[in-house]
Design a protein around this ligand. Structure first.
Ligand SMILES: [Zn+2]
Length: 305
């Protein structure tokens, strides 16, 4: 009798524990955030998507619209890019002509909001000889994400937009912002140290993406191979570049993975130059913003030391 009572109590305890475990695990499962509860966001280019994901953390799902290896200057969205954006609530864009192909995508998504991340950014005018003759209204250089100081402003703008769209998680966005800003400060110090004692400072680049970077880190873009990205230079432009190579004793031309180097190669061979690859987008090796900036700084430092 005593034995069966003890056994009964034991079975009872085990049953209570089992029910308890089942209930807690089940409730954990149902309250765990799923991809459906996260704020759905998209960014036009990879560096911007990475910064959104750094600030958004676990509460934001962000996709990149520009496919890896594509140039934002020549991209046109395909139907699958438009259809895959249909659940997006917040679109993040650079603006100033870089990603105007976002408009047909946004227009197809009702109740979405577009945030251009340029607020408080000191925009730079394109030098006259680096303006695209086919786009006479394009007078502002849109490549402003390529300095760390501007990435800090962009991060703040992204945090503000996420907080406005999803105020429940504003503390998490503020905490993520402050830890990311600290990483960017370190990055800026490292790049300044790396580029402060180069023997040369002049760059000839594939297209005009590196003006902000050069202004911030004591370099100068003296020539651009393709003034209109994706279009071959004219014989006059080639002759101008050849004289700049001689004038500044240039040894390296900075190419980019998003643009074809078909017409660059004979130019480089004729003048016995080297090619180094800079990457403004970071889509190919799936580099985040910080790794991308470190990669570009190292590439320039190695070529100009
Ligand atoms: Zn560009």
């Amino acid at each position: 009798m005593k034995k069966s009572l003890a056994l009964g109590i034991l079975i009872g305890i085990v049953a209570v524990i089992a029910v308890f475990i089942f209930v807690t695990r089940y409730s954990l499962l149902v309250t765990k955030p799923t991809s459906d509860t996260r704020l759905q966001a998209a960014a036009t280019i990879n560096p911007l998507a990475d910064i959104v994901s750094q600030i958004g953390g676990e509460y934001v799902n962000v996709t990149t619209i520009l496919p890896p290896g594509a140039s934002p200057h020549t991209f046109e969205p395909a139907p699958e890019q438009i259809s895959s954006a249909q659940n997006v609530k917040l679109f993040f864009a650079i603006g100033h002509g870089l990603d105007s192909w976002l408009k047909p995508i946004v227009d197809s998504v009702p109740n979405s909001l577009t945030v251009t991340v340029d607020r408080n950014i000191q925009l730079r005018d394109l030098p006259l000889d680096q303006r695209d003759v086919d786009q006479p209204n394009q007078t502002v250089d849109p490549h402003y994400w390529l300095t760390v100081a501007n990435a800090k402003i962009i991060s703040q703008n992204i945090a503000d937009a996420l907080t406005q769209a999803d105020s429940i998680h504003k503390d998490a966005y503020a905490a993520n912002l402050s830890s990311y800003l600290a990483k960017l400060d370190q990055l800026d110090k490292d790049i300044k140290a790396q580029l402060s004692s180069l023997s040369k400072h002049e760059l000839i680049t594939h297209h005009n993406a590196w003006g902000y970077f050069s202004d911030a880190y004591g370099l100068k873009v003296v020539g651009t191979f393709e003034v209109s990205p994706g279009k071959e230079p004219t014989p006059q432009q080639i002759a101008d570049l050849q004289s700049k190579v001689k004038q500044y004793s240039v040894t390296t031309i900075f190419s980019e993975p998003q643009l074809s180097d078909q017409s660059l190669k004979p130019f480089v061979q004729d003048l016995n130059l080297k090619i180094a690859v800079l990457d403004p987008e970071g889509g190919i090796n799936n580099m985040g913003y910080i790794d991308l900036m470190r990669y570009n700084a190292k590439t320039i430092a190695d070529a100009l030391k």
